[in-house]
Design a protein around this ligand. Structure first.
Ligand code: ADP
Ligand code: MG
Length: 594
């Protein structure tokens, strides 16, 4: 006697439900998807007990007639595709015909629906797969589906549900994704009779972001768009100052569907490279529209992953669109001066940024207290006379000589430059900025040809192990491009014959040692381009003026002038800020002048 039997349909549905319905939030997701596919303008989601007790989604969409209402909860029933041809080019959120059957297999469901053509609504109830007959009932246009006691016949599944707060967190996350992708819909989310969100369909994306997240995020995001090669891209890019420690705040939508995609995540990361510290993640809202035929959405049960037929194109277009905007942007960090009425201790916990800014503001105040302006001016005057500058002009009121105050920068603690700009003043980290300047120069030169080099008067020799010699040999081309000339100098010894002019400030031996270390780092697995980038990063760090180094006026002037022309001057190549800006309007507020 054989052991194999065919499972009954209820069992099949319950098992299938495991794929799609993991927790209350999955139900919410599937129901909202259906509502959006039904052409709604309004969706109301009501939850009780984190979805354990009740999930209800009401819409004003096209509705279902009695026949469809009976069919909708059967497995593999859908109105969205008919033939295999339709599988190429899916424009609806759903198409698998599984969701309602899966939900109804693991909970108590009641659905009420009414189409425009019908005189009244109809209703059907399903209790873990046992369906009632469809019967007429009261109700307006559209569909309301109520899901009660999810997994009540599956204690094992129910046990895996987390706390109400956690489950609610997942529900809010799904609600948020739909709300971002559908700004034209009225959307409400209620939990235990408390309204969490009531979003109006007349909002634009920024307003929606302000309501769903915060106005800080909405205000600190910049728009970019591009439409090339069949890809329409629109994005709101969070400025580096609102970056996060994880990538949860990267919302990517493809044709209105929230997706996670490693190509796109990578493109975002690359776009922000050098604009952010390596362990920070940008906030990004990215909307891509492309022909439905160019993607396969049928690769994942919850459709969160898709397959691009031309992933490289998507990667390069996203990267290009984002990068262009970020490069052209003024990313100086705006110092937020604290609201002076709140004592410092109360504010400390509120945000790390606020605390840091307070410290900067305090340090500035301290500094200006010590360096009274008049002293500074006298000192400038002395310096100028000494260096052959025009001494100044005679002011009418006082009649004595006063220096003309046209030098608008000074160095503090041999590390930072404070400079006046049109609408306030900036504090520049001299090392970070110089690093960026050198880095951009290196990149430009190396893209054009190779770095110019200078013969060393006395070649500097160093010892190498066999594997180090090997590393140098394998990377001979890169080393040549860098403008470094090496020659064997006896057994196990090499000599540096020539060294790049741009790196004049770096010590050749020290540099080579670090270069060898970098090149032999096996784990990195870097491609040629990234490797070069790492090398240039290291080179610029070594060749840049250091913190603690006194600068001449000319050097500072040069640095500030270069800052104007160099790309991405706001961040050092490692992504740390080079400049913090204080606006005059903030200062006026602080000094109660406004
Ligand atoms: P799918 O969305 O993949 O088609 P579902 O099981 O989610 O499968 O839904 C089955 C069918 O029920 C849908 O194809 C649609 O015709 C109908 N339906 C479900 N929800 C709604 C709704 N809110 N309004 C109108 N029709 C709906
Ligand atoms: Mg569906």
């Amino acid at each position: 006697m054989g052991q194999i039997t065919v499972l009954d349909q209820n069992m099949v549905n319950m098992i299938a439900a495991g794929e799609v319905i993991e927790r209350p939030a999955s139900v919410v997701k599937e129901l909202i998807e259906n509502s959006i596919d039904a052409g709604v303008t309004k969706i109301t989601v009501s939850i009780e007990d984190g979805g354990r007790k009740l999930i209800s989604v009401a819409d004003n969409g096209c509705g279902m007639d009695a026949e469809d209402l009976a069919a909708a909860f059967e497995p593999h029933t859908t109105s969205k595709i008919k033939t295999t041809k339709d599988l190429r080019g899916i424009s609806t959120l759903g198409f698998r015909g599984e969701a309602l059957a899966s939900i109804a297999a693991v909970a108590q469901v009641r659905a009420v629906s009414r189409t425009k053509a019908e005189a009244g609504a109809n209703c059907v109830e399903i209790d873990c797969g046992n369906k009632s007959n469809v019967s007429p009932c009261g109700g307006g246009y559209g569909t309301t589906i109520q899901v009660r006691d999810l997994f009540y016949k599956l204690p094992a599944r129910r046990k895996f549900l987390k706390t109400t707060n956690t489950e609610m967190g997942h529900i809010i996350e799904h609600f948020t994704r739909f709300a971002l992708a559908n700004c034209d819909l009225d959307m409400t989310l209620i939990h235990n009779d408390r309204e969490l969100y009531r979003l109006s369909g007349r909002q634009d994306l920024r307003q929606r972001i302000a309501e769903l997240f915060s106005s800080e995020i909405a205000e600190n995001s910049v728009e970019t768009r591009s439409n090339e090669r069949g890809l329409d891209i629109f994005a709101l890019l969070g400025k580096p100052c609102i970056s996060r420690t994880n990538n949860k705040f990267q919302y990517v939508f493809l044709n209105g569907r929230f997706i996670r995609d490693k190509f796109i995540s990578h493109a975002i990361k690359e776009a922000y490279r050098g604009c952010l510290e390596p362990d920070r993640f940008p906030i990004v809202f990215l909307f891509i529209q492309m022909p439905y035929e160019d993607i396969d959405v049928n690769v994942h049960p919850t459709k969160i992953e898709v397959r691009f037929y031309n992933a490289n194109l998507v990667h390069s277009q996203v990267l290009g669109c984002l990068r262009e905007k970020l490069l052209g942007m003024d990313l100086d960090i705006n110092a937020k001066l604290p609201a002076s009425t709140i004592p410092l201790t109360e504010r400390q916990g509120s945000s790390e940024g606020g605390y840091r800014n307070q410290k900067i503001a305090d340090a500035m105040a301290e500094f200006f207290k010590k360096h009274r302006p008049i002293q500074t001016q006298q000192q400038f005057a002395r310096e100028r006379q000494g260096s052959g500058y025009e001494a100044g002009h005679r002011t009418r009121e006082t009649g004595y000589e006063r220096p003309q105050f046209d030098r608008n920068f000074l160095q503090i603690h041999d590390s930072f430059i404070v400079a006046q700009v049109d609408d306030g003043f900036i504090i520049v980290d001299q090392h970070a900025l110089h690093e960026r300047i050198i880095y951009e120069n290196l990149c430009r030169r190396i893209r054009e040809s190779k770095l110019e080099s200078q013969k060393l008067l006395i070649p500097e020799s160093f010892e190498v192990t066999v594997s180090q010699a090997d590393v140098l040999e394998t990377n001979a081309e890169l080393i040549e491009k860098l403008g470094i000339e090496l020659a064997p100098f006896g057994p196990k010894t090499m000599a540096i014959q020539a060294f790049p002019t741009l790196l004049a400030k770096a010590a050749p031996l020290d540099f080579i040692q670090d270069l060898i270390d970098l090149l032999s780092r096996k784990d990195a697995g870097l491609d040629a381009e990234r490797l070069l980038d790492e090398v240039l990063n290291m080179a610029s760090c070594k060749a840049a003026i250091k913190a603690g180094q006194k600068l001449s006026d000319n050097e500072m002037e040069q640095l500030l002038a270069d800052r104007q022309i160099v790309e991405r001057a706001s961040r050092c190549p490692h992504g740390r800020p080079t400049t913090i800006k204080f606006s005059i309007s903030d200062l006026q507020k602080q000094f109660k002048r406004t």
